[in-house]
Design a protein around this ligand. Structure first.
Ligand code: GS8
Length: 220
């Protein structure tokens, strides 16, 4: 059966980038539909994600799936003729889900605080941010990928933030390389993969987007 796959996405979104990478890893052809959230939300987005009204949404043969982590797992299950993203062992799967959940609960908010705060508040935000990234770096250990020898579910969860590092560094005057060298080496390794490099966004464009968001929040 011909597959109709549509991705409703917004270019700077780390959540959308996860889905782009997963689809690229599986070699799935799809129609990319940009949802310009700076301008508003389309009736189509409200129709396909009436609960959260957020991108990304994957529409597979007319059926919508929301929430990036759930979408990536769905892609892994449907296009199972390609290398799996999640491990097959139940315990290893649970561990991968634990770390992806940790990323979901921690990284976005910690990163956002770096560019929405100043002074003491920002110093505390930096401390929290590096605590999270050092925990992740510890979990990576000396493995090439979180998914051991190949890019896996946890890698796909975290790598989209790589193109936001430059904005975090610029706004908070920090160095990822100095604090988390192994994690930066991992990010560079992931970015050598076509599925990742073609899905990530230019870091300077992300910085420009952060300035735009700060203006909208009255911060500059
Ligand atoms: C988060 C998606 C999200 O925040 C996921 O898919 O993993 N837990 C969800 N999407 C944002 C754009 S990226 O920052 C979004 O659609 N925001 C619109 C809104 O908040 O109204």
């Amino acid at each position: 059966m011909a597959q109709e796959v549509i991705l409703l996405d917004f270019w700077p979104s780390m959540f959308g980038i996860r889905v782009r990478i997963a689809l690229a890893e599986k070699g799935v052809k799809y129609e990319y539909r940009e949802e310009d959230l700076l301008k508003g939300k389309s009736p189509y987005l409200l129709q396909v994600n009436p609960v959260h009204k957020k991108i990304p949404v994957l529409i597979h043969n007319g059926k919508p799936i929301s929430e990036s982590s759930i979408i990536v797992q769905y892609i892994d299950e449907v296009w199972n003729d390609k290398a799996p993203l999640l491990p097959s062992d139940p315990y290893e799967r649970a561990q991968a889900r634990f770390w992806a959940d940790y990323i979901d609960k921690k990284v976005y908010d910690a990163g956002r605080k770096l560019w929405t705060t100043t002074g003491e508040e920002q110093e505390a935000a930096k401390k929290d941010f590096f605590e999270i990234f050092k925990t992740l770096e510890g979990q990576l250990g000396d493995k090439p990928y979180f998914g051991e020898e190949n890019l896996g579910y946890v890698d796909v969860s975290l790598i989209p933030y790589y193109c936001w590092f430059y904005a975090y560094e610029t706004m908070a005057n920090i160095s990822m390389e100095a604090e988390c060298p192994k994690l930066v080496a991992w990010a560079k390794r992931c970015a050598q993969k076509k599925s990742v490099s073609e899905s990530l966004v230019d870091e300077k464009k992300i910085l420009g987007f952060v300035h735009e968001l700060r203006k909208r929040l009255g911060l500059e």
